[in-house]
Design a protein around this ligand. Sequence first.
Ligand code: AGP
Length: 368
Amino acid sequence: EQIKKGSYDHFMQKEIHEQPHSLTTTMRGRLKDSGVVLGGLKEHLKTLRRSRRVIFIGCGTSYNAALAARPFVEELTGIPVTMEVASDLLDRQGPIYREETAVFVSQSGETADTLLALEYALEKGALCVGVTNTVGSTLSRKTHCGIHINAGCEIGVASTKAYTSQIVVMAMIALAIGSDQLSTQPRRESIITGLSSLPSHVSEVLKLDAEMKELASSLIDSESLLVFGRGYNYATALEGALKVKEVALMHSEGMLAGEMKHGPLALVDENLPIIVIATRDSCFSKQKSVIQQLLSRKGRLIIMCSEGDISAVGPSASCRVIQVPEVADCLQPVINIIPLQLLAYHLTVLRGFDVDQPRNLAKSVTTQ
Ligand code: AGP
């Protein structure tokens, strides 16, 4: 059943719309009132807690999912987290030590760069944890332990539902590692509550489909699209831009909003469309000031904000606004990516490109 398109025109479209369900299966049997139960990590939790560093390793969308998880893994575990694109780690032969934990994130579990990085980390003696969608994959067989994301088979080359399930699994891993810390218990409980209601908020945000189609038609002839995010949503900016470039074949860059004045600001004019993610979290006031700076340079803005927050973000009449449901700050990336997935999908269809099989790309990159 999962490998049929059903009533959808494309697998990518189907996979975007099935996220309320895929997230439910990701969490099934794993969320309890007082914490999370992750059988795949049980034996290794003590070692994980003693790790001097957690290193997230992946490629493409899987890397972006790990980047989205980084802030809350640091917050809930107190362990420093560093990020590695698998190929870059190998190019540099970066240092990894035995008191460290390397977390490998891969939808397919067969990506060559990620598997080579895994061999490298195993040689160095680190604890190796896998986060994959594919039971029986090389990644799940060769890591010491891990969690399957259970998102169901993903066919479209552009990863969508795996991304949101990967973030949720890493949230559950952070909750499990941090579960021995009394001081963060209220925070953990609020995240668990947030996780339980996440699928219904995802259903809500999917109602933006028609609005994103209309936005796509206004961008159809643009040559380029920038996406500015920061904090929890820096990853959303990178992932939204990756979706647009890989399927809609439009140049797009995700950028750290804090870096705007260190170069990208020079690109701003009345033609270049810029999406600014300004949903509610501790970076909100900084994003408001980014919006003001872009408006004063006559930027063509599309602002993503929390529902009912239009006046608080202070857009001008010329801005387009995407309003999304507000959820726990660290889970907001799961919501915020969905309008961008829809936008990439509709842009691709309107521009007449192949949605499920973009040129030059393979679902799983099994060569170096
Ligand atoms: C995602 O849309 C891409 N097709 C690509 O970046 C992908 O995420 C990357 O190749 C990693 O694949 P994996 O998750 O199967 O390891």
